[in-house]
Design a protein. Structure first.
Length: 468
């Protein structure tokens, strides 16, 4: 019903869309050249359709965003909010005739408060830019998606993104204290707080985090900060089987250890990294586990974890002596996705999260799926929190191979649910996984979520076609 309300908008109302937008925006903020607007049509996800936007707007102020939303409401035009478009679920893909609302120009860090340990930022601030800025005050902003040098805080909030350090520090949702949000009709709403504690009313802030721009436009965020931890030291452990590596993960977590990073690469990924960068990893390695600690004295922690890895069957354990050696050990992990992409030219990155105790079952299941479909599928995982990234490598020009890639992707999601997991740990639902969201949360869950959407966006103009 929501979509039909958009489609019923009269053509004559759309005719003066650009003119109406220019009434409250500077000329340079409104892009109408079809070649230019086409470049804003999609994010980095495969198999996600994208439409042709009517116009792209790049506001710099809250008032300009409000003007855009008032105009969209009056003319019944859909609005697709975007950040850096580094997403992997099609959540930022344009729909035909929409306004693409790119928030990248709203990129100011408005406040860094070392006493209250908060930062106040606009949505277009790059994650790495914020991290470096707060670091100058002896603070850190822990959420660190792999795309942190490019992705924006607004995009991170929209997808509730995670990163390598989640095992110790948690995901984006745990650091968003308050938001300023422009609603579909242009009203400005403030949620949350600046204080360390606060339980007044419903937690509206958490409602917007992970909503993928479907409930409102985040224009300002109050973020919690942590003291800057010491430089982490890394340990690498090689295993003769993925099952042994997953056993080591279980031993580490059951032992009460709190690593700042616990990452796993399967044999397919290790071989791809070797082929790309000649890292010198043994070809007999079936799984590589990386563990890191950022405690004042990490050596005892690394020794304890090393012993647990050996007890689980590690064939070699290599602890780093300093930050430079740690960086070398992490380089293989950072090259994983680039290396897998080089295997066949295109990758489809899954985002299934399972209980840590079922991590080995997931990896074994992915191997079976890869054999069944005769595809290369590498698995890298934030092993400490069970968030896996099975990465399907395929030739997009090969129709049959592309079909098998999509089928394998769906089978991996089904496997994740069978193991008690979730279809997405940090990438979001977007277009790619909306059918699977219905399977995960069920008909009552979908009904309630659609009811929430109806309250905030009765005309259905905010990021239509995403989530459900």
């Amino acid at each position: 019903m929501i979509m039909s309300r958009i489609e019923a908008a009269p053509d004559r109302a759309r005719g003066d869309l650009t003119e109406r937008l220019l009434a409250g925006l500077p000329t340079e903020a409104v892009l109408t050249d079809p070649d230019v607007t086409a470049s804003y049509a999609n994010d980095m996800a495969s198999f996600c359709p994208a439409g042709a936007p009517s116009v792209v707007v790049l506001p710099r102020t809250v008032e300009e965003v409000q003007h855009v939303m008032r105009t969209a409401t009056e003319l019944r035009v859909p609005v697709v909010p975007q950040g850096a478009r580094t997403g992997l679920s099609g959540g930022a893909n344009a729909s035909d005739g929409c306004i693409v609302l790119s928030l990248t120009k709203m990129d100011r860090i408005l406040e860094i408060n070392p006493v209250d340990r908060i930062a106040v930022v606009e949505p277009g601030v790059i994650n790495a830019t914020l991290s470096r800025a707060v670091g100058e005050h002896g603070l850190c902003y822990p959420p660190d998606p792999s795309s942190w040098e490019m992705c924006t805080i607004g995009g991170n909030i929209g997808t509730a993104s995670g990163g390598l350090c989640c095992v110790k520090y948690g995901v984006t949702a745990e650091y968003v204290l308050g938001l300023d949000v422009v609603l579909a009709d242009g009203r400005l709403m403030t949620t949350g707080r600046r204080t360390a504690k606060g339980v007044a009313g419903y937690d509206m802030t958490r409602l917007f985090v992970g909503s993928e721009g479907s409930l409102g436009i985040v224009v300002r965020a109050v973020l919690a900060l942590k003291p800057q931890p010491p430089q982490q030291l890394v340990l690498a452990a090689e295993f003769a089987s993925a099952a042994a590596a997953c056993d080591a993960v279980c031993r580490i977590m059951a032992g009460g250890h709190v690593p700042s990073l616990l990452e796993l690469m399967d044999r397919t990924t290790v071989k791809a990294v070797n082929a790309l960068a000649n890292m010198g990893l043994p070809e007999t390695t079936e799984a590589l586990l990386l563990a890191a600690f950022d405690t004042p004295d990490p050596a005892p922690d690394l020794a304890a974890v090393g012993a647990l890895c050996e007890a689980a069957g590690a064939t070699e354990v290599v602890p780093a002596d300093d930050a430079a050696e740690s960086e070398l050990l992490l380089q293989a992990r950072r090259l994983s996705l680039t290396a897998l992409e080089a295997v066949r030219g295109v990758t489809m990155i899954d985002d299934v999260c399972v209980p840590r105790s079922r991590l080995g079952d997931l990896i074994e299941g992915v191997e079976r799926i890869a054999d069944k479909h005769q595809l290369t599928i590498g698995v890298v995982a934030h092993a400490g929190d069970g968030n896996t990234h099975p990465t399907v490598c395929f030739d997009a020009a090969d129709e049959d191979e592309s079909r098998r890639a999509r089928e394998s992707f769906d089978e991996i999601m089904a496997l994740g649910l069978e193991l008690g997991g979730t279809i997405t740990g940090e990438h979001g639902v977007g277009v790619l996984k909306k059918e699977w969201l219905a399977r995960e949360i069920g008909p009552v869950g979908i009904e309630m979520q659609r009811g929430i959407k109806e309250v905030f966006d009765p005309l259905g103009i905010l990021n239509p076609g995403k989530l459900f």
